[in-house]
Design a protein around this ligand. Structure first.
Ligand code: FE
Ligand code: FE
Ligand code: ZN
Length: 305
């Protein structure tokens, strides 16, 4: 794979807390020397949300503009409790649709362009049923929305009954969407590794993605190491160079020319109460691991499966 000259659009998820809210999110990202970030509009585990008018959006926008960013560089992640694929519990899919419609309006008000969404879970009803419910839900939301925000379906690790742990499943959803220019993909390195893809052959992964989905749909990449071997279907993120993927592969991915315009976001865990992002961003940009980071996977990538 070809290397880009400089690694652009590399950042991490950041908080959004009182009293500085969105302004504080951008300040946090800049403190790590990031040139991109990802936020949740509230707690990721629940659906309580403050009005956007209270989030100090104008000040945050002014700050990221003064740093030379455009709106694409601020990604928003939908909460992971909502499940468009829930065909079992009365009202659950309805709630997910209403919440997501609202969330899209919030994203547009904040001025962001990308909303990352976990497609959903089929809850033992089978992935075909899950895919159908998810696509119907997305169509209902997008058909009624006039903004230009793209919903990016995230590649999933395959824990429980998650839908979207193969490129084929994501494409099965995407192919049913009416507003085709409003749907894209967020590729998570930990998730696809856990789902069984070999990051050690990233060219093959990219080729397969391009053939099945199309690389033009790839807008965001979540850059995480994994606590588990390939195919473990666990979804537990690890710090860069501390897991089963290793520094070298992750560095090759962030500097891959095909991903030059893709927004890259770290979602690695905090260490001893501290954010690891400044150091991880610096190491990935330079292509030089910190002393404690391992270049190679901590265990052979193919151990268990
Ligand atoms: Fe996610
Ligand atoms: Fe992710
Ligand atoms: Zn994850």
């Amino acid at each position: 794979m070809k290397k880009a000259d400089t690694v652009q659009f590399l950042g991490c998820h950041v908080g959004m807390k009182a009293p500085r809210y969105f302004l504080g999110s951008i300040e946090e990202a800049l403190s790590y020397d990031a040139d991109a970030c990802m936020i949740y509009t509230g707690a990721p585990q629940n659906s309580k949300r403050k009005p956007v008018s209270e989030l100090r959006v104008e000040e945050g926008v002014a700050l990221f503009k003064s740093a030379g960013w455009d709106a694409r560089q601020v990604v928003i992640h939908a909460p992971y409790i909502i499940n468009l694929g829930n065909s079992i519990k009365e009202g659950a899919a309805e709630f997910a649709r209403e919440f997501l419609a609202e969330e899209l309006r919030r994203v547009a008000l904040i001025g962001s362009k990308y909303l990352v969404l976990h497609p959903g879970a089929h809850l033992k009803e089978g992935s075909e049923t899950g895919i159908k419910w998810i696509a119907e839900g997305l169509n209902e939301i997008l058909d009624a929305d006039e903004s230009d925000v793209m919903i990016l379906l995230e590649t999933m690790a395959g824990k429980g009954s998650e839908v979207g742990c193969t490129f084929e499943e994501l494409q099965a959803i995407i192919s049913q969407i009416h507003k085709t220019d409003r749907i894209g993909v967020c590729l998570d390195t930990c998730h696809i590794h856990d789902a069984g893809y070999s990051l050690s052959d990233f060219d093959a992964v990219m080729k397969s993605f391009d053939e099945i989905i199309g690389l033009d749909r790839l807008r965001v990449c979540h850059v995480n190491d994994s606590k588990n071997p390939k195919g473990a279907r666990k979804d537990r993120h690890e710090n860069i160079g501390h897991g089963y993927i290793g520094f070298d592969l992750l560095e090759a991915i962030v500097s891959d020319e095909r991903l030059a315009n893709v927004i890259k976001i770290l979602e690695t865990p905090w260490v001893d109460g501290k954010a690891p992002y400044k150091e991880e961003i610096d190491a990935l940009r330079k292509g030089v691991p910190a002393d404690h980071m391992s270049r190679k996977p901590l265990a052979p990538l193919e151990t268990l499966f």
